[in-house]
Design a protein. Sequence first.
Length: 201
Amino acid sequence: MPDIDLVLLRERAQAGDTESQYELGLRYAEGEGVPQSESTAYRWLLRAAEARHAEAMAEVGRCLHDGTGVDVELGRALSWYERALDAGARSVHADLGRLLIDEQVPARDPERARSVLEDGWELQGDSECAGLLADDRFVEVELAPRLQVIDERPGSVDPVLCGVQVGSAHRDIGLANRQEHRAREVESAALLRARLEGPRV
């Protein structure tokens, strides 16, 4: 017996409803009620992104960044991340920041990356951004006190955990491909905490 919800979702997606296209893309990415297919997921997400669905733009960027359902194209990934940020996507700051410090990207811009990551942490509460800010490329004398202030805010997340605690709204297609990055972020956050606290007596 067909899944009525899935049938209706597909009909709405085919009729051009961007939220349905986005949801259908995520279902194919995760194999939720449909055969898992990264390439089909990418096609549906791209349709939604081209119609200016902000979170779909972010997912298309991740697909191009990680090579999920499509060949890796870092330049296009960067473009989609920027468009997603401009459109108000809540889950894209860490992805954009990570790509902006990637040495393989011709448009590499660490200063822009730091600004994006700080906004992601301070405005969206994205703890993954704080984990990335612990990267040695950002640890400067003037930055450490600012991270200390962030860390001491009421309800703040310990930077040691920042690399693994991600906002629940973040739906990540390429999660398996990025576990190694997250592990390095946790290690970097721990090193930053050690620098900020100094040697224990």
